[in-house]
Design a protein around this ligand. Sequence first.
Ligand code: C5P
Length: 234
Amino acid sequence: MNSGELLYSGKAKSIYAAEGDDEAIMVFRDDITAFDGGKKDTLSRKGSFNSRVSGFLFDYLGKAGIKTHFVEMVNDTSMRVRRLEMIPLEVIVRNIAAGSLVRNYPFREGTPLSPPIIVMDYKDDARHDPMLNDDIILALGLVNADELETIRQMARKINDLLIALFDEVGITLVDFKIEFGRYNGEIYLGDEISMDSMRLWDTSTGESLDKDVYRFEKGDVMDVYRRVAEKILD
Ligand code: C5P
């Protein structure tokens, strides 16, 4: 299935050409990285957990009216996607203070953020993904003002939908990162939504159920990814 030409290889996913020019095959590899690629490992079944959770979440969001690149699962580690012209923005939605927000600003970890905070970073590992503001985004020509507003509205709606879904399985959605692209002149949700890109806490115990387990060596990260996948997919 991945016999098409390799179009792009990132830190944890590879994109291959599909039969039609407007589609691609996204393959989730078993590679895991943190700290802009400074920490790296390969963990068996990681690609499968993230791919299946991403596919499920894209399908859920699509049914709720969010335009996403997801077309269908091809197998446990691959999905057919619309080929977007990606925008180099990391759109981060935060419901609870954690991670870099706590490191860089005087927030106490665990403080609820109401309304949620939306932050946009410039996707560039070499520059350590610097935080942008609207003026910088527009001056760089990354998107126009209408697109920026659309991205914000979509991010808020995606957040509401994901909070509701995770709440049902006893997981608190602390924050997450999403990426967008253009398809036929419209803004679509692309990339992935997985345990690599969300911060998830067990609602009753506060235990981390995401890549923080790998970043900060808090336990068996694949056991945690498997548990989230089972809660979401079963
Ligand atoms: O590190 P920070 O607190 O800014 O991360 C916020 C959220 O965005 C976390 O859920 C993290 O996993 C995600 N993120 C990501 N990729 C990045 C930076 C952050 O998926 N390059």
